[in-house]
Design a protein around this ligand. Structure first.
Ligand code: ZN
Ligand code: ZN
Ligand code: ZN
Ligand code: ZN
Length: 144
């Protein structure tokens, strides 16, 4: 991943809006507001008011039903939830529990202390690595 420092996900009216090139004609794909009126979210081509509205609605089409994050592709693939709200072990959505433990409630209880790949008992590691022991998570290949 390349890090572009200071690059915001927004197209800003104070910058792009004043340019005469293609950027100044960017507009919201949902309501048609232009970058001269509102900030436009890069990638999704949505203006700031639309982003707020969608995040608030959590419609499961554009925004995740669990956390409101706008991620249309993820949401579509995972039945209304973004990847961050889907249990990495079983694919079930459980936003609040996954945020706390990295797994859905059922997996957290079911797996408990065992690595879901090799079955080793390693409660702390399993909790930290979302169901995997350090070795299976690709960490600490050598014993320290
Ligand atoms: Zn809009
Ligand atoms: Zn989410
Ligand atoms: Zn699960
Ligand atoms: Zn393991």
């Amino acid at each position: 991943m390349t890090r572009e420092r200071g690059k915001s996900p927004w197209l800003d009216p104070n910058k792009e809006g004043r340019r005469s090139g293609r950027q100044s004609r960017r507009y919201c794909s949902r309501c048609g507001n232009t970058v001269k009126q509102f900030r436009i979210l890069r990638g999704l081509n949505l203006c700031e008011p639309c982003v707020r509205e969608l995040e608030h609605k959590r419609d499961g089409q554009m925004a995740c039903k669990g956390c409101g994050r706008l991620a249309p592709k993820e949401v579509k693939e995972h039945g209304g939830y973004c990847l961050e709200c889907i249990c990495p072990a079983c694919g079930r959505p459980d936003p609040s529990h996954i945020r706390k433990t990295g797994l859905c409630l059922m997996c957290a209880e079911g797996l408990g202390e065992f690595c879901r790949r090799c079955g080793k008992e390693a409660a702390a590691q399993v909790r930290k690595n979302r169901g995997l022991c350090n070795v299976c998570a690709g960490l600490g290949k050598k014993k320290q």
